[in-house]
Design a protein around this ligand. Structure first.
Ligand code: PLP
Length: 474
């Protein structure tokens, strides 16, 4: 009651530009903590995908004109929770198998909260020396975890799309510099043409980035892929002039890896840059048991990965690593408008962003908490779970379309029409959520096991739900 009164008073003060007292802030943050805790607790039992009525309720709650006056902060938070929480997708829980989506390990979520309280502007050492130190440490640990060259320069960005962008911007600079062209000064008009070579199973985000960088979506030279979506090294075209070869560590459907060693060797003989989109697959390198799947990728020139996928940190969090630091700096460094008065690494000089959040803190917390062994265990457990489920479905006569070596399962329930019906039944059950895809010209369901929160019991629920839908659809 007392707190309520304080906020009521406060809302009047807010109009005169006053700020929260310490007590008010404590009360508000404790309330946020309690609500978050209840939300996470409910995840174990609630529907995975919200119902239309929950979304309608949220829409109604948010509609209407911008309020003229203030609303007490506790009331604002209550509205966000009461109407927002039931409308969310329970992807932070263990029964979400859509896209390739990790959850948030508790230590990472907690560190993320704290870092949000810090509210640092993390563009550089000059704006937040503390987060710059976290970032240096994290990049070092990530290179160790993924067994990638220690001298590489890195950038923490929003996700794999921006990591691909960052890496390919460095690649574009590097191959043109070798051809005597200063891309950042002279621009793309009149520059020597760059050939971009990619497997025909290239992820859409890389194609998007190719367009963003002026490399031309329609100019990509595609290399045929095999039945698992792996680029065929024997079909690599003759490479001449400035060229970038894009390979994959983890096909978004099958989880398969391109034959890196052979492709990189051939490409490097011609001076081409090899870029790896390893959004989730690159994490296989952190496990001694799975590393063979992603062997040879360390010889590439740049790597993109997602921390918000298999490292299980909160959104948004991606990683770009580039073997040639000067190429990355040339592509990303700011002009003299920002004079940074020291020699230390400044994120603004190696990322596309300027002002940015402290992603390094969430990542550091996970790496410190799990250590090498814990990280490998988390990845291996999901792979074991995926293999178990694939075997269970196969035993029940369901067709699995990929070799399940990682965390991805591609499933057909017969004709495209029937597959769509079964997916619909599974999604509307609310017990689990899996998405649809198209694989080798067939509509299919994709199951991605990528979350720390997924228990073996959740896997049994997944099996039972899928089998039930398969049985019930005509
Ligand atoms: C192979 C691959 N590359 C890139 C991306 C894009 O990642 P993000 O959504 O984090 O930008 C994804 C996302 O699923 C992916 O699986």
């Amino acid at each position: 009651m007392r707190a309520r009164y304080r906020f009521a008073t406060l809302s009047r003060f807010l109009t005169r530009g006053q700020v929260l007292t310490t007590d008010d802030t404590t009360h508000l943050l404790e309330d946020a903590m309690r609500r978050s805790q209840q939300y996470l607790e409910k995840l174990r039992h609630r529907r995975v995908f919200p119902e239309e009525q929950d979304l309608d309720r949220l829409r109604k709650a948010l509609s209407g004109p911008l309020p003229d006056g203030p609303t007490p902060p506790d009331e604002v938070l209550s509205l966000v929770d009461d109407t927002g929480s039931p409308a969310t997708v329970a992807s932070a829980g263990g029964r979400y198998f859509g896209f390739v989506t990790g959850g948030s390990l508790p230590v990472s979520l907690a560190a993320n909260w704290l870092a949000n309280a810090w509210d640092q502007n993390c563009f550089g050492n000059i704006s937040s020396p503390a987060v710059a130190i976290f970032e240096d440490a994290v990049l070092d640990w990530l290179k160790q975890a993924l067994h990638l060259p220690s001298a590489s320069e890195g950038a923490l960005v929003t996700g794999a799309t921006m990591a691909n962008f960052t890496c390919l911007a460095a690649a574009r600079h590097h191959v043109l510099q070798r051809a005597g062209w200063d891309l950042e000064r002279q621009g793309m008009f009149g520059a020597p043409p760059i050939t971009v070579i990619a497997g025909e199973e290239l992820h859409g985000s890389v194609l998007k980035v190719i367009g963003m960088l002026g490399l031309g979506r329609d100019r990509v030279v595609y290399v045929p892929a095999d039945d698992q979506g792996r680029m065929r090294a024997d079909k690599l075209p003759k490479i001449e002039g400035p060229a970038i070869v894009c390979i994959q560590a983890g096909n978004v459907n099958s989880g398969a890896f391109d034959p890196a060693e052979e492709i990189i060797e051939k490409a490097h003989k011609t001076g081409a840059w090899v870029h790896v989109d390893g959004a989730f697959g690159l994490w296989a390198r952190s496990s001694a048991r799975l590393a063979h799947l992603a062997a040879g990728f360390e010889r590439a020139d740049s790597w993109a990965a997602d921390a918000h996928k298999w490292l299980n940190v909160p959104y948004d969090s991606g990683l770009a690593l580039v073997r040639h630091p000067l190429a990355l700096r040339a592509a990303m460094s700011v002009s003299g408008a920002y004079l940074l008065l020291n020699e230390r690494r400044n994120a603004i000089d190696v990322t596309p962003e300027s002002s940015r959040r402290a992603r390094a803190v969430d990542i550091w917390a996970v790496l410190k908490c799990l250590g090498r062994r814990g990280l490998a265990d988390m990845i291996e457990r999901n792979v074991e779970q995926a293999k178990w489920l694939a075997a269970q479905l196969q035993d029940a006569g369901i067709e699995i379309l990929n070799e399940v070596a990682l965390n991805q399962i591609v499933v057909s329930f017969g004709s495209d029409h029937r597959t769509a019906q079964v997916i619909k039944a599974i999604q509307s059950s609310g017990k689990i959520w899996c998405g649809g895809t198209n694989w080798q010209a067939r509509d299919a369901m994709r199951i991605s096991v990528s979350s720390w929160a997924t228990t073996n019991e959740d896997m049994q629920t997944a099996r039972d739900t899928i089998l039930e839908a398969h049985r019930n659809v005509a």
